[in-house]
Design a protein. Structure first.
Length: 243
């Protein structure tokens, strides 16, 4: 039998098989699943909080890769929780969620869901919510600023990178202060420079501190020990608090 004759016969057979068959179809459906807020976190309240009825600014601290997992004590080993554990007094609430993964980036939607819970439980000044993140947490800080732009008055990524193409979604009223060390051999300095330059092209309020001779492991505390950072943070406020 010639090939073209076989093909014609096959087509005819297939046509016969589909007569009267029920066609497959796509059905539009909306998921009712909710984001489960199951993150472990540390919560710091400043001196005088319990006796006061005032609202307080809140800092979201996103740690680096070494503190991920399910041992919440690990979160105290670096960054803002380490400063607090060492006795540093801060004039704002600090919410420090733990990345449940030791390898992957922060689950941003879960961080936002947990933050909503914190805001409902504590007296938070919703016009003065800030996110500060280091390394993997720096990536998280960029992502939060892009995905939840109306939430944050200030964003401080330390030695982190992100997707510059979504920076146009960030809040025009938010302020950014980016830190990176010149000797970072883990996350290239260029990752922060690209993000900063994109912010400037968008006319955002942005500043970049390039720390000369500072490595990836040292840039975290170099940034956090800068007293100007804390003074700057407390000055940042959204003109209209998100509802």
């Amino acid at each position: 039998m010639k090939p073209w004759i076989l093909s014609a016969a096959l087509v005819a057979a297939l046509g016969t098989c589909t007569v009267g068959a029920v066609h497959a179809e796509q059905v539009a459906t909306t998921s009712t699943a909710a984001v489960k807020s199951d993150l472990n976190y540390l919560m710091y309240t400043p001196d005088g909080y319990e006796a006061s009825k005032d609202t307080y600014p809140l800092v979201v601290w996103l740690h680096g890769g070494d503190q991920g997992g399910n041992d919440i004590e690990k979160v105290k080993s670096s960054g803002i929780p380490k400063l607090i554990a060492g006795g540093k007094q801060l004039p704002f609430l600090v919410f420090s969620p733990q990345n449940p993964s030791e390898e992957l980036l922060y689950p941003i939607e879960k961080v936002e869901a947990a933050l909503e819970e914190v805001i409902s439980k504590y007296r938070v000044d919703s016009s003065r919510i800030y996110v500060v993140g280091y390394s993997r947490g720096g990536f998280g800080a960029w992502a939060l600023a892009e995905q939840f732009p109306e939430r944050f008055a200030a964003v401080v990524p330390i030695a982190g990178g992100g997707n510059r193409h979504y920076l146009n979604r960030t809040n025009e009223k938010a302020a950014f202060w980016v830190f990176h060390g010149t000797n970072d051999d883990v996350i290239p300095l260029s990752d922060s420079v690209i993000m900063y330059e994109r912010l400037k092209s968008l006319k955002r309020d942005a500043r970049l501190s390039v720390l000369e001779g500072v490595s990836h492991s040292d840039v975290e505390m170099s940034a956090l020990n800068d007293p100007e950072l804390w003074d700057w943070l407390l000055k940042q406020r959204l003109a209209v608090a998100p509802k």
